[in-house]
Ligand binder design. Structure first.
Ligand SMILES: O=C(O)CCC(=O)C(=O)O
Length: 298
């Protein structure tokens, strides 16, 4: 587990702005941002969208904006799927990139449940991974931030990683980062990075946004990135912005402000492996002293 065989790659986080209550307009905004990122030089291999970018971030909106998400392995035009999913397939295929499609509200036709769901596409537009947010954002900081995703959403029941030619990537969504087991298990499975589409707020963002990412990175000696929407003065929910990438040493490589922007980072696998050699915590765990929470995932 100490060293990882993977290739360096370039990551782009799209901190989308101008998101409105119009799904069609939000899709157009995302499409344009992906196009611009893909045309930048050097071209990114992996492009990431933020949490709930096609809908207002409000429990009352999730059902109305929800879409059918087909199965992993489904290809372009093969299935009856939601318009946002089709658009994301095209973004990946037309720009020849890997796309982590942030998250969108997903409707499960069989159970009528709604999930907060991240879908991932390879450069052919094939859907390669689906992550349903496991930990729902139910918090109450009186007078400052109250949110109850579980009013309309159901939590996912599994962890998600996917393979690319440049390495294995682990996925979480926003609040999932507060639960360190997810990142630890992904790292133990060989992931080089945990990537979280996210939308922290202006209360908990300043408190914990970068701290949590640096903690997950240092604990697991992996890269960690969170991609947020830009702040929107008229929105009922003020996203924190500050999309961020942290390296396995816990250094912040790049951080956005709260404006619409795209940030880029080069993922350096040599640095990851050097960190693990120099600070060999991945091979020094004392499972004789404490139980191994991630053992069954090895
Ligand atoms: O954990 C937090 O402070 C914010 C989480 C959040 O905004 C979310 O899960 O959507």
């Amino acid at each position: 587990m100490a060293s990882i065989s993977a290739k360096p790659f370039r990551l782009a986080l799209l901190q989308l702005g101008s998101l409105t209550s119009s799904k069609a307009s939000n899709i157009a905004v995302a499409k344009q941002a992906v196009l611009e990122a893909a045309r930048s030089s050097p071209k990114p291999h992996l492009v990431v969208l933020p949490e709930i970018w096609n809908s207002p971030y409000a429990v009352t909106a999730f059902r109305e904006y929800s879409e059918r998400v087909p199965h992993v392995g489904s290809k372009y035009d093969e299935v009856d799927e939601g318009e946002t999913v089709s658009a994301m397939r095209e973004m990946a295929r037309d720009n020849d990139i890997w796309l982590i499609g942030g998250s969108i509200p997903q409707k499960d036709d069989r159970t009528d449940e709604i999930f907060n769901t991240c879908t991932v596409y390879d450069p052919s537009g094939t859907l390669v991974a689906i992550h349903q947010k496991v930990h729902l954002f139910d918090i109450d900081i009186p007078g400052r931030q109250t949110f109850k995703e579980s009013d309309t959403l159901t939590g996912g029941k599994s962890l998600t990683t996917f393979d690319t030619p440049f390495g294995k990537i682990g996925l979480g969504i926003c609040y999932d980062i507060r639960f360190p087991e997810m990142a630890t298990i992904a790292a133990r499975q060989g992931c080089v990075a945990m990537i979280y589409p996210a939308a922290f707020n202006t209360t908990t963002g300043p408190m914990h946004w970068s701290l949590l990412q640096r903690a997950r990175a240092v604990d697991n000696q992996i890269y960690v990135a969170m991609c947020s929407p830009a702040r929107h003065p008229e929105a009922s929910y003020q996203a924190y912005g500050h999309s961020l990438v942290v390296n396995p040493l816990g250094d912040i490589l790049v951080e956005a402000s709260h404006e619409p922007t795209t940030i880029y980072a080069d993922i350096d696998i040599d640095l990851l492996n050097t960190t693990r050699r120099n600070l060999p915590i991945t091979v020094q765990r004392r499972f004789d002293v404490y139980p191994d929470i991630a053992e069954k995932f090895l």
